[in-house]
Ligand binder design. Sequence first.
Ligand code: ATP
Length: 573
Amino acid sequence: MSITSKGFSVILDSIHEGIIAINGDGLITVFNRAAERIMKLPTAKVMGQPIAQVIPNTRLHLVLKKGQPELNSQQKIHNTTIVTNRAPIRDEVGDLIGAAAVFRDISEIVILAEEITKLKETQALLKAIINSTHDAISVVDENGLGLMINPAYTRLTGLTEEAVLDKPATVDIAEGESMHLQVLRTGRPVTGVPMKVGPSKREVIVNCAPLKVQNKSKGSVGVIHDVSEIHRLSEELEHAKQLIRHLEAKYTFQDITGKSTAVRQAVELAKRASATPATVLLRGESGTGKELFAHAIHHSSQRAREKFVRVNCAAIPDSLMESELFGYVAGAFTGALRGGKQGFFQEGHGGTLFLDEVAEIGLHVQAKLLRVLQEKEVLPVGSTTPTPINVRIITATNANLEELIHAGKFREDLYYRLNVIPIRIPALRRRKEDIPYLSKRIIEKYNQEYGRNVASISRQVISRLQEHHWPGNVRELENVLGRAIINMKLSDTEITLAHLPQLEHQSPNNRAQASTVAGLDSGKDYNQLKYHWEKELFQQVLQQSGGSKTQAARLLNISVRTLYNKLKNLDLD
Ligand SMILES: Nc1ncnc2c1ncn2[C@@H]1O[C@H](COP(=O)(O)OP(=O)(O)OP(=O)(O)O)[C@@H](O)[C@H]1O
């Protein structure tokens, strides 16, 4: 059965490509639907017309002329990009009888190709960004198979693209669950998960987030932070802290100024004590330099390179004393830190523990302290396992321990344990000959600290200083000279009587009463007046005691601990 010419044109019209044919005279004999659409010419109008007139820049008649085909030529017609194959038509004996062109609209393909080029550029840009970050990044697809990693990831885990791409997300995990898989399962991000990755089990912190494109899960992105760096930094910090602690024991015997026999004897004894591991009890009024001696003993002992831990027993509330000294284990009491806490004894292990104001320790903790000194081991609160402790104990007090023992406030057995080498540090009023040397040293210290240039101190000032009673001892002398320097002009180089602050004793009670009466007019209520009155009272007493808290407590006939609490409440600490 042969195809009719109508059937033939139906077939041609159903073809997606445009088809144009001409006869030997160059007249159009075939022009199908697709050609009509692409050329924007109606078939009825072009059939039988000369091709050169209908499509002026056609090359079909050239193909007819040359008898040669032209393949894959690309051109633009009416904003449409087409690709055309042209071929001559010959009869059975090979004579040229026409030519035909088959062409295809490739505009979409061109747009697609442009988009692909742009996508490739964006992809290259993204890759460059991801590759340039220092954080390791890994991406998996929605099936949990490796899609992308960056060089930082390889550096951190030691795993290359070969080992990861198209492999299950679990491939890099040394310890822990795959966060990629969790994110794919739950659709929710995870942050700050510690785990170990790669063959070298690097410790890392992982953040993962779902990768969604038009609300569809396309995988998961993970950012992996190296914590070994954080560990290294905290180790460095710990080391620096230790150094600071070590530096805290910064005074040596050379810093103890004084030519008086009393001071020279105390220094001699302290030097001998430092050569032994024996417990030292430093006794003396507040501000005489007990802490200075403790530093110096530690510094010239065999433990000089170890820690020096100072504990002000008066500043620690009775209820916390035991846990502060001996530490506690996890869950020992409400409010305890989750991981437990080291006590001062553990902190000072290998070094020296200086218990200042030791008389302030309550009887209950005194018993425990005695046990620690006897057994050389501590039992943290809440623990049943004692920890061996090797620490050198230096204690200090300005209290009359013998009286406290008599009053049942201090354990006699503990007293004997602490009093192995007692060193008495003389009050300043008993060694006034040291005042010129001390003053010189104190001025040098202030010159350094405040960038001043004070060169001397007048004879009259020295005499005036030697007349004073010095209830606050060397600390008070430091305060007085400090205030004198503040009173000096920058151009003054000698401290004279004009610079010296008042050294007379003042009665805090009289002054306080006067200010209370004055405060009555201020419209303040009772509690406000009481706060101000108390604050002024404590400020005056501290000034009078030369900054010595123990001396201030004695002047007010209250315990040192009560004084510390008051100072805290009155914002004076
Ligand atoms: N002999 C001294 N030479 C130089 N400075 C001294 C001397 N004695 C004390 N000081 C200085 O006086 C100040 C008070 O000394 P320190 O704190 O050692 O006294 P303390 O007896 O421990 O006082 P408190 O009992 O109040 O704790 C410190 O700044 C210290 O450096």
